[in-house]
Design a protein around this ligand. Sequence first.
Ligand SMILES: [Zn+2]
Length: 215
Amino acid sequence: MNKLLFNIFALMLAFALALALPASAFAEDENPSSSDSAASAKAEPATSVDANAENIVDPTQRADNSFIYDTTIEDILAETSLHDGRIVQFVGEAIGDRVLDDASGKYCWVTIESMADGSDANISVYMTVEQAEQIDHFGRYGVTGTTLQIRGTFNQACSNHEGLVDVHATNVGVMARGVEHPDTLNLSNFGFGIFLIIIGAALMAAFYFVRERMR
Ligand SMILES: [Zn+2]
């Protein structure tokens, strides 16, 4: 009889443990994760600007937004809120065409595309017509546009230009002139095709020759 009571008691204990354990395990899991998220909320997330070794802290600089981020078009577009309202400096290729700003006639838009291989990241730069006159070539198929260094204020949503993502340039410098690449016909690209045509012609000739012989 005592043994039976002991067994029932053991079963009840096991049942109580089974109920209690997942709850306590869950409670333990929850605490570290909540303190983790609290800690990460306090610390600012690392950005590409932090990782840039050339971005040296200058203690004499005033805490305003007049300093320059020497950056790339990719980095600006990847972190638009970080660069919003800042003076940025980047290098890129002038592509497409100059678009005159109708309102003033003094300003125009130039699309600047990233120079990075395989990247077509681009940004609209608002500059004076005079600054745009430095551009000798606009990039398109067969033409590499003028390489420009742009310095200006980046706007995540420009209040003057209907919320457009743009850069209002203050300095536009030419890093390299544009280059035209005239297309040349390269016959070696057609080598395999020509080989197949010759094989096909030979087979047709053989077919007609054999058919004539069969008559
Ligand atoms: Zn604008």
